[in-house]
Design a protein around this ligand. Structure first.
Ligand SMILES: C[S@@+](CC[C@H](N)C(=O)[O-])C[C@H]1O[C@@H](n2cnc3c(N)ncnc32)[C@H](O)[C@@H]1O
Length: 304
């Protein structure tokens, strides 16, 4: 099996479209229509995130902050900076970081984690009994709670987890979120939802916080990856990409689903957020619904 996402380490060169822009003489910190179009196109080209008119104030506020941090007094100058291939790459990443919504939690959408525990893991146990290799991807992992929830579920529901070769790749476009994920330190209110028994087993208490233990952390590999780009992974058993696709337009959603399809093993599972669906996007998956939990399964002959 080929999991190439490790190759994602290091930052992919952002693809920046260069569009001519006039130096506006109007109040420089009010986003003009043209500037809004330019920045939203840049962000779309860069990440697939589609910013509609309703997000204009949000974009203006974030741009204002980033421009001020760079001591630039107009959006035009800031645009020049982020589209400068030589100087602007890091700032473009920081801009993307400031635009992402990183809301997440442990065991978010509980019925899906019940489905993972009661249906998907038992199925994988049978299917992968010979190779004992499990490969998961938390795509758009934010601060890591999703990936650690998968890891804890596997540890709890595989009878002899040490006999299994488990790797959960967890990736995001937000460097700040990835740093927190890697650190694995969560405030007590964030781990409230974790069952007390599991909390005791998989976290160490540190004052008001909880540190994820090394036996969980070693199952997860965090990596920077922009979902607009190819991921190079093959043969995955399951992909969690929840509450990410909602930020993309239909064109980018279709492209993403094609990439996920190519990365999954036959019979592999795709978990989406509960406001997301493959309806009208792909017929290459079968929809499974049990006890309010939903997952898609890639059609095709089952393999070990
Ligand atoms: C709302 S959070 C969802 C986190 C987690 N999957 C969950 O459901 O709890 C969305 C995440 O998607 C990430 N994201 C947005 N666009 C992305 C892209 N093009 N590539 C990778 N990650 C992206 C954001 O940085 C953010 O952390």
């Amino acid at each position: 099996m080929n999991t190439a996402i490790g190759a994602l380490s290091g930052m992919p060169a952002p693809s920046v479209s260069r569009t001519a822009i006039k130096d506006y003489t109007v109040d420089p910190m009010i986003l003009t229509d043209d500037e809004f179009r330019l920045f939203s196109q840049l962000i779309y080209d860069e990440s697939g995130i589609s910013l509609k008119e309703a997000k204009r104030d949000f974009l203006q506020a974030r741009l204002q902050k980033r421009a001020a941090m760079n001591q630039l007094s107009s959006f035009y100058r800031y645009y020049k900076l982020v589209t400068d291939r030589a100087q602007g790459q890091r700032e473009l990443m920081d801009l993307m970081d400031s635009l992402t919504i990183n809301e997440t939690s442990f065991f978010r959408i509980k019925p899906q984690f019940d489905l993972l525990a009661n249906y998907v893991i038992p199925e994988l146990k049978k299917k992968k009994n010979n190779s004992k290799k499990l490969r998961f991807w938390s795509a758009g992992c934010s601060k890591g709670q999703e990936a650690y929830s998968i890891a804890m579920s596997l540890l709890q529901h595989l009878e002899l987890p040490n006999a299994w070769d488990i790797r959960i790749v967890a990736s995001d476009i937000s460097l700040k979120a990835l740093e927190r994920a890697q650190e694995g330190l969560y405030h007590e209110f964030e781990v409230d939802v974790v069952k007390p028994r599991w909390r005791e087993r998989h976290f160490t208490r540190k004052n008001e916080s909880y540190q994820i233990k090394p036996h969980v952390q070693r199952l997860v590999v965090f990596d920077y990856h922009n979902l607009k780009h190819e991921n190079g992974m093959k043969g995955l058993d399951a992909i969690f990409c929840r509450n990410v696709m909602i930020y993309f337009d239909e064109h980018e959603q279709r492209r993403l689903i094609e990439k996920f399809h190519a990365s999954l093993a036959d019979g592999g599972y795709l978990f989406l957020g509960h406001t997301e669906s493959l309806q009208g996007l792909s017929d290459k998956f079968q929809f499974i619904y049990r006890n309010k939990g939903a997952v898609y399964q890639k059609r095709g002959p089952e393999i070990d």
